[in-house]
Design a protein around this ligand. Structure first.
Ligand SMILES: *Cc1c(COP(=O)(O)O)cnc(C)c1O
Length: 360
């Protein structure tokens, strides 16, 4: 068996321990004589899986009782529509556009109401987070929307925007569970789990209860109403059961590791190894200024597209996979999510040093 260091932005690396456990339980989950994939979502065994998964997530993030946790489908991209359809009571929302995903969410929301772009970093190819301390938040905005960690560009909000009392909605797909968060600062926190939690197919929505109402835009499909899923405990229809089971295992792994405070320390340590090298390298350089750097996604370039391609190719041969940057930006990107061991980052930097010596 061969395992590579997988720097993919998503679907991404999962803890090896979790994969081994799932493998051991593949044919017989906990004495049921069947795989979780073969199990009724109404069974006792699955009920326990989803209940424990929710409780472990609540423990990890210290989610207050007045927030619901929903396990949904359709990816983060479906939330781009569900959010306006459920939350736009006045038909107005403010968006801060710091990357492709925020831009897509902004464009989708424009179909449903009056959507204002109150700040953007598009002028410098999304390489920074704009100052959000005193933005022109609309009087009648139903919410202010951000993408908290920009997977493609490698930027992250270090302080949340001042929403002037409006509900904050955040896409945390690529920084979910990477550090502690104060849930009470948000109305909605959501993300696809395939970046930093589990397998593709599950999206987790953490939503304050007062935002879950029947007062949604006309013609909102039943499946796209938060109330449908909140009332049914995420079991209105067949949920992505196997994915939820793996997420639950990752939550237990995170608890065993020491929780989100410990993950933050680990993630800072790992990111520092890579950023420190980029700051001193004569060949490679990071594309994001120090103050806005993501701990999860680290884009870098040599400044020469041919040399970038050579690096990606040789890195792959050496067992470092998926280092090619997003197709819209080029260069390289190392995604170093929770499950990437420190050793993986150390070995990558060693390899980069060697490549620099040979090509400089
Ligand atoms: C990957 C990603 C998305 C899109 O996720 P899907 O589950 O593929 O719809 C949205 N937002 C962010 C921040 C992402 O990283």
């Amino acid at each position: 068996m061969k395992r590579v260091y997988n720097f993919s932005a998503g679907p991404a690396v999962l803890p090896e321990e979790v994969l081994k456990e799932a493998a051991a339980e593949m044919l017989d989950y906990n004495g049921t004589g069947m795989s979780v994939m073969e199990m009724s979502h109404r069974s006792k065994a699955f009920e326990q899986i989803i209940t424990e998964a929710e409780q472990d997530l609540r423990d990890l993030m210290q989610i207050p009782d007045n927030y619901k946790v929903l396990f949904l489908q359709g990816g983060a991209s479906l939330q781009f529509a569900m959010i306006p359809m459920n939350l736009m009571k006045n038909g107005v929302a403010d968006y801060i556009v710091t990357g492709q995903w925020a831009k897509k969410a902004f464009q989708e929301a424009s179909k449903y109401g009056k959507v204002n772009k109150i700040a953007t970093s598009e002028d410098k190819t999304f390489s920074y987070i704009p100052d959000c301390s005193d933005l022109p938040v609309s009087e009648d905005a139903d919410y202010v929307y951000i993408c908290e960690n920009n997977t493609i560009y490698g930027t992250k909000y270090k302080t949340l925007p001042n929403t002037k009392g409006k509900t904050l909605v955040a896409d945390v797909s690529s920084c979910f569970l990477s550090e502690p968060v104060d849930v009470t600062k948000y109305g909605v926190i959501y993300g696809g789990v395939q970046k930093n939690i589990g397998p593709a197919g599950v999206v987790i929505v953490i939503i304050r209860e007062d935002l879950i109402t029947e007062d949604v835009l006309p013609q909102t499909p039943t499946m796209m109403q938060y109330k449908t899923h909140a009332d049914a405990g995420s079991l209105y229809n067949t949920p992505p059961a196997y994915g939820i089971y793996i997420c639950g295992k990752v939550f237990k792994w995170l608890k065993k590791m020491g929780g989100l405070e410990v993950m933050k320390q680990r993630n800072e340590e790992k990111a520092k190894i890579l950023y420190d090298f980029l700051d001193e390298s004569k060949l490679f350089k990071g594309t994001v200024g120090k103050k806005d750097r993501s701990l999860m996604n680290v884009p870098f370039v040599t400044g020469d597209a041919d040399l970038d391609a050579k690096f990606v190719k040789e890195a792959k041969e050496a067992g470092f996979e998926n280092l090619k940057g997003h197709r819209t930006v080029g260069g390289m990107r190392a995604s170093i999510y929770n499950a990437m061991p420190k050793e993986g980052v150390e070995k990558l930097v060693e390899f980069m040093k060697k490549f620099e010596a040979e090509n400089c």
